[in-house]
Ligand binder design. Sequence first.
Ligand code: URA
Length: 256
Amino acid sequence: MPGSSKARNPRPGPHQQRVLEAIGVQVWVPRRASEADVSAPALVSLPTTEPGSVQSPVQVKNVPAAGTDSASCAWAALEAEVATCTRCALHETRTRTVFGTGSHQARWLVIGEAPGADEDLQAEPFVGRAGQLLTEMLRAVGLSREQVFIANILKCRPPENRDPKPEEAKSCENYLLRQIDLIRPGLILAVGRIAAQNLLQVDTPIGKLRGQTHEYGAARIPVVVTYHPAYLLRSPGQKARSWDDLCLARSIVAPV
Ligand code: URA
């Protein structure tokens, strides 16, 4: 597993600064040049390249799937299968399945934990308050929701938003694997502990998983882990770390 990368960053430009402020990341900017302490670390930091780490931005092109028609047939078949899934007990309590949304050609695949109440009603991932923050976080790196694909470890809501059970994650795993296979993303952004631990098949705490590059599957897709936006809403002080993670992801695979 490649090592971690943490570093100093150039100051964000005016647009980026506005977006960062919108998502609640505080950016320290000295009022006058004379006030600048050149030794003070920037609060918002972009990672630099470290020997041996997967760091330089690469323009990853998605390998086209077997053909547009067969790819769209495969997507339609998969979505229909998910919509009628009864593999685990969650089908008894769900309102709607949440398949995932976004571009089938996305470079970034964002993977969360499981639908919550809003998602269960609207059949779309990350549409509640946490989802709004995720949308802002993506916007901060120049991405719209439509440019990425957003999915979850589970396609159905666990009652009372409890953590997914291992057998539920196992039952749902094949759907996510097939989505990954169809998209062939250049990078996976795992948001939250549950997503990260299930994808990487580890029980390492999220604080140790973030800030470095992991790999997923035989294709060795780079995986960057960051905090779940619901956690960031409760702990806004961690937003700067999440911003670092997004910058790390962007440095590995340019998102568009
Ligand atoms: N939290 C998640 O992890 N996924 C969603 O879709 C919504 C909230």
